[in-house]
Design a protein around this ligand. Structure first.
Ligand code: GDP
Ligand code: MG
Length: 762
């Protein structure tokens, strides 16, 4: 029997790997997981030769050890040593793709390049000198279009041939000082490894790749010896080892491509380029971004089309609130349950607890879906990639890496994948900083808070929601700048190379799927986490002790022998409210717990037990903030004082009124400070868990949470105190502290960088 051959399919994400894999293996596929991890592993037999097994490696940009995918791919290549690598390269994105190729050719495994997307290159009228490219890279290249099926079987045959008797010798050499160090490293550490792998190992050791150093078990004295060589190269080239390798690879690739990639009619701009001239223009980029986001929020959460605005989201949300949400839902279900003779406590639990809590959150689903649809559209047509590019330009000026923006984009859906996306940042300091700040972005679960404040207090003003988004971005930039100036985070940003894909008409399938996935996970949470925590909150708001007797506070308050005038005075004193405003809930467990804590928020304008309780329960899930308001303000209007309005936003009107009372008439400002604090403070427990996993350190996790909470507090404090002063209600002490805090913040923002001092010494 003929010997079985193994070929690995490697390439960047989106290079067409899956398309090619399917074309090459047809239905001969077996899907599983890579050992020990959740990364999908696909294998299949080639159609052209059943004796050849093709393994689909995870899509990767590099063989560095920073993402799960990279580690899985390189472990396979190094340990299993397939007979050949079929490297799929996106020809429309050569520079980025060849970065991986330069590393694959160093592994000592024959490499054949499948140059994909050639249909697009030809359509654009560009040309690639494949022969020259092949010569320079030292491996065979087959032009293909995986989508159309052109050349794919030829590529497979070329890979089989290479597997049988091919060889790829890396043609690229690094600069003198690096090669010098590599030679030393090869001599002292890797001489007992297979010869063809020595170079790859030596380069990884030069990069101080911890995984390789650990695997090879390099003894301490040898490490110290190598370290001298590495440092010599670093000193000579004035950069750290890893960046030296990265930069030299990119320089090599761009030199090589100069004569090889010919663009049609040089100087002629494609439509994409023309759009980018305006959209990524240095002056116009940011204003355009603001306008785009303003439109997004105007459509999703702004003034309803029924009230002269353009928001379909708000229109639908108002409608759902009318039908299922708010007071109609709770009062209606209460009436129904009572007519069935259900026990009062159970009526309370179902109507004022679960339905009020979950209904409050679900009411915002239409706004959320419209918002997610807009964001998915912007992502799919290629605009968000421009934003990352623009942000990189801005970030870079402050010594931050533009890579931090990708996690931020992801974070607008949910902070957890946002935090996880920070893995792609190689530099540990930058990664930590990004993990700490990503959750400042208003995630989906925070949007109901924004929707509530914008709707109930600002009459559906689009600026509130838009400002929430930009407050998130500003918090990240400001924190980045301030943190970079501390010892912990000082250092140059990691190199970030980004290709801007051409704009294209959004694929509706992708957009709708993306929207639905985000929206559904939101609804699912409302049905699980929010139900459970609503029950807990209902219990805490319904039970308590009145004048020494424990029970349901509503019932206890009917007992006039308990609620004496004297007792009402003590409650009023404790809660700092007039006696005629004392209500049963003031004796609830939640009020008792939250009242002492509310002192923390007094300087922020919303130091009352209700907003305090909502804020604290937001740690369970940010939707819980709104759910909690729903429960706390869902009280039965027993004496019928309040006029029942037709729409279900009655609960939200009560919230607005309460903010006004608490803040002495500055309800909008206090609510805005409340929103800022809730947007920026520690994220929900699930996201904190993600931060802990990614930081892999309890100390750093606590530092992150502490920083977020302090930052949120200080910003909300400044906004409330200054805002109130502008409104003419100056609180001298508060204003002095707010100005001092602002001055400190600005000082930290504008003082020179640490490195600047170091550089002048040299
Ligand atoms: P993967 O992420 O590497 O697995 O990439 P996919 O196989 O999912 O392909 C990414 C996108 O590129 C899909 O929309 C494919 O239809 C498209 N694609 C793949 N190969 C080609 C090609 O040769 N030409 C064109 N025009 N599109 C392609
Ligand atoms: Mg794929």
């Amino acid at each position: 029997m003929e010997k079985q051959l193994r070929i690995a399919l490697a390439g960047n994400p989106n290079s067409g790997k899956t398309t090619l894999f399917n074309k090459l293996t047809g239905s001969n596929q077996f899907v599983g997981n890579w050992p020990g991890v959740t990364v999908e592993k696909k294998e299949g037999r080639l159609i052209v030769d059943k004796n050849v097994i093709l393994t689909d490696l995870p899509g990767i940009y590099s063989l560095s050890p920073y993402t799960l995918e990279e580690v899985v791919a390189r472990n396979y290549l190094i340990e299993e040593k397939p007979d050949a690598i079929l490297n799929i390269v996106d020809a429309t994105n050569l520079e980025r793709n060849l970065y991986l190729t330069t590393q694959l050719t160093e592994l000592g495994i024959p490499v054949v390049i499948a140059l994909n997307m050639m249909d697009l290159v030809r359509k654009a009228g560009d040309s690639i000198n494949v022969k020259e490219l092949s010569r320079q890279l030292g491996c065979r290249i087959v032009e293909i279009s995986a989508l159309k099926g052109d050349g794919v079987q030829d590529a497979a045959r070329a890979a089989i041939e290479a597997a049988k008797n091919g060889k790829t010798i890396p043609q690229h050499s690094f600069s003198g000082p690096v090669e010098h160090a590599l030679a030393h490293i090869e001599e002292v550490t890797v001489h007992n490894l297979p010869e063809e792998q020595q170079r790859w190992y030596a380069i990884k050791i030069f990069e101080r790749d911890e995984k390789v150093l650990k695997q090879l078990n390099v003894p301490e004295d040898v490490r110290a010896h190598i370290e001298q060589d590495i440092q010599a190269a670093e000193k000579e080239l004035d950069d750290d080892a890893e960046s030296i390798i990265t930069n030299e690879r990119y320089v090599y690739i761009s030199q090589m491509l100069k004569g090889i990639y010919k663009k049609k009619g040089k100087g002629e701009l494609s439509i994409s380029d023309k759009i980018d001239r305006i959209v990524t223009n240095r002056v116009l980029a940011l204003p355009i971004f603001v306008v785009v986001m303003f439109l997004v929020y105007a459509l999703s959460m702004g003034k309803s089309i029924a009230d002269g605005g353009i928001s379909i989201g708000t229109f639908l949300t108002d409608w759902t609130n009318d039908v299922i949400g708010g007071a109609v839902l709770t009062d209606g279900s209460r009436a129904l349950l009572e007519s069935w003779g259900v026990a009062p406590w159970l009526v309370g639990l179902i109507s004022d607890g679960i339905l009020a809590g979950v209904g409050a959150v679900l009411g915002f689903v239409p706004q959320m879906l419209v918002l997610f649809l807009m964001l998915c559209l912007l992502e799919d047509c290629g605009y968000m990639a421009r934003i990352a590019f623009i942000m990189d330009r801005i970030f870079r000026r402050f010594g931050l890496s533009g890579k931090s923006f990708i996690p931020m984009l992801v974070g607008t859906g949910c902070g957890i994948p946002g935090v996880m996306a920070s893995r792609t940042i190689e530099n540990e300091r930058d990664r930590r900083m990004t993990i700490m700040t990503t959750t400042f972005m208003p995630c989906g679960a925070k949007m109901p808070i924004v929707g509530l404040i914008a709707g109930a207090l600002f009459g559906g003003s689009t600026w509130v929601a838009t400002s929430a988004y930009f407050i998130g971005i500003a918090a990240i930039v400001i924190s980045g700048i301030m943190l970079k100036k501390t010892k912990m985070f000082a250092g140059d940003p990691a190199p970030f190379v980004m290709e801007l894909p051409p704009y294209h008409v959004p694929a509706w399938g992708n957009v709708l799927r993306g929207t639905w996935e985000r929206g559904w996970s939101f609804i699912k949470r409302a049905g699980t986490v929010i139900v459970v925590s609503s029950i807990v909150i209902w219990f805490l708001t319904s039970f308590g002790s009145v004048n020494g007797k424990f029970g349901m506070v509503d019932e206890l308050y009917e007992d006039k022998s308990l609620v004496t005038d004297e007792y009402v005075t003590t409650v009023a004193d404790r809660m700092h409210i007039p006696e005629d405003e004392v209500e049963p809930m003031d004796d609830s467990l939640l009020a008792r717990i939250a009242q002492p804590v509310s002192i923390v928020f007094k300087p922020l304008g919303f130091g009352d037990w209700k907003p305090t309780a909502a804020t604290v329960t937001g740690l369970v899930a940010k939707e819980e903030v709104v759910a909690n308001f729903g429960i706390m303000y869902a009280y039965d209007d027993k004496d019928g004082e309040e006029e029942l309005e037709e729409n279900g936003n009655q609960i939200w009107n009560r919230v607005a009124e309460d903010f006004n009372t608490i803040s002495g008439g500055h309800g909008r400002l206090a609510a805005y400070a409340f929103m800022i604090f809730n947007l920026l403070c520690a994220p929900c427990f699930a996201a904190i868990g993600a931060i802990k996993r990614e930081m892999n350190s309890a100390k750093w996790t606590w530092f992150a949470i502490g920083y977020q909470c302090c930052f949120a507090w200080v910003i909300a404090f400044i906004v409330w105190q200054l805002g109130r002063a502008f409104a003419g209600a100056v609180n001298a002490v508060g204003l002095v502290f707010a100005l001092a805090a602002l001055a400190l913040l600005l000082w930290q923002l504008f003082k020179p960088y640490k490195e600047a001092q170091r550089l002048t010494v040299q």
